[in-house]
Design a protein around this ligand. Structure first.
Ligand SMILES: [Zn+2]
Length: 351
């Protein structure tokens, strides 16, 4: 399987060269196989300076005038996608009116999958049905105060429907298969990730990384820094008491925050078994590893998970790419060390 990110990067690099771009040709890019479409969505639509290229993905997400040079068949693809995105926005907004506990559906994630599945397709899937693939609905009851005929206030039970965003990607793919009648291929999953990173972080492969994070930094006792040698210089929040950046309330910070650009490689601290690799409304995409003897580590707010639950890892293995998913104000790694379930200061372990 061709790595879609590498392919797309190679394509966008090649296409900054005016000559290569002309040779590849728009007709070819617009009408051929999904692989060509994948290349096409990173193609420059304008002929201005190479660093001012606008991709079809960005034109769909951000709107704006299409460059005059855009071929007609490509213009149609973009306009159809914009129309579907508008319907998705309405559907996602409706779902988010029904979520609780600070949870919400990530609109970029939903649209990235929709784009990967339907850009250039003969017909698009129904937007509200598609958004519904990312949530479950649950009947719940609550007590409300109403004013009765006599003008008195009384409490009443009422039932209502709550929307709960689905964390498990496999479940989402299964829903898409059942509701939309399409299979999400590995290639489309890769495209959706690239699109997500491009819109959320401004780069198809995530960010630029952090100095030193490309080499595992392992201490004498075998504990590996998840972000490389220079971790001390990027601690933005220590373990323990702090003022919560979102609520302004004092809370116990359950880990250590390390400010790394989105896309930085995150490494396993010790050998062990992955016990969780999934989405959580607060941790975002996170990985938890059980190292045995009651010791576990957790890595939160990633843009991409590169391991699966049940997988064995060695100290220094790359397990994810950092990001800003979940409850965050900016990209960073939230790193936890747990001893028999109790969160412990990671400083005592980091090399
Ligand atoms: Zn944190």
């Amino acid at each position: 399987m061709v790595n879609p990110v590498l392919l797309a990067n190679a394509a966008s690099m090649a296409l900054t060269d005016e000559d290569t771009r002309r040779k590849l040709g728009w007709t070819l890019a617009a009408v051929l196989s999904p692989v060509i479409l994948l290349i096409a969505f990173f193609c420059a639509l304008g002929s201005g300076a190479a660093d001012h290229n606008t991709s079809a993905v960005e034109l769909c997400f951000y709107g704006g005038t299409l460059p005059a040079s855009t071929p007609e068949e490509y213009r149609v693809c973009i306009e159809e996608m914009r129309a579907s995105f508008a319907q998705l926005d309405t559907a996602i907004h409706a779902v988010n009116e029904m979520t609780e506990d600070g949870m919400s559906l990530d609109d970029i994630r939903v649209k990235a999958f929709f784009y990967a599945l339907y850009f250039g397709a003969e017909s698009h899937g129904d937007a509200p049905s598609f958004a519904d693939c990312f949530v479950t609905y649950e009947e719940r009851t609550r007590t409300v105060t109403v004013t009765n005929e006599d003008g008195d206030e009384e409490e009443q039970e009422e039932t209502y429907t709550a929307a709960i965003p689905i964390e498990n990607l496999a479940q989402i793919y299964q829903n898409i298969r059942a509701a939309m009648g399409v299979e999400v291929t590995a290639e489309q999953q890769g495209s959706a990730d690239s699109i997500y990173n491009l819109i959320r972080y401004g780069s198809a492969s995530g960010g630029s990384g952090f100095a030193g994070s490309d080499v595992p930094f392992i201490g004498a006792d075998g504990f590996c820094s998840p972000v490389g040698e220079n971790w001390r210089s990027i601690v933005t929040s220590e373990f323990g008491n702090r003022i919560d950046p979102i609520t302004g309330q004092r809370d116990g910070h359950s880990g250590m925050d390390l400010a790394v650009p989105a896309g930085t490689t995150i490494r396993a601290a010790l050998p062990g078994t992955v016990t969780a690799a999934k989405y959580h409304y607060s941790y975002g995409y996170y990985v938890m590893i059980d190292h045995g003897n009651g010791l576990a580590t957790l890595y939160a707010h990633n843009s991409q998970l590169l391991v699966l639950a049940g997988q064995a890892v060695e100290a220094g293995d790359v397990i994810s790419l950092s990001g800003s998913t979940g409850r965050v104000t900016g990209p960073h790694l939230h790193f936890e060390v747990r001893v028999n379930g109790t969160r412990t200061n990671p400083r005592g372990y980091l090399p």
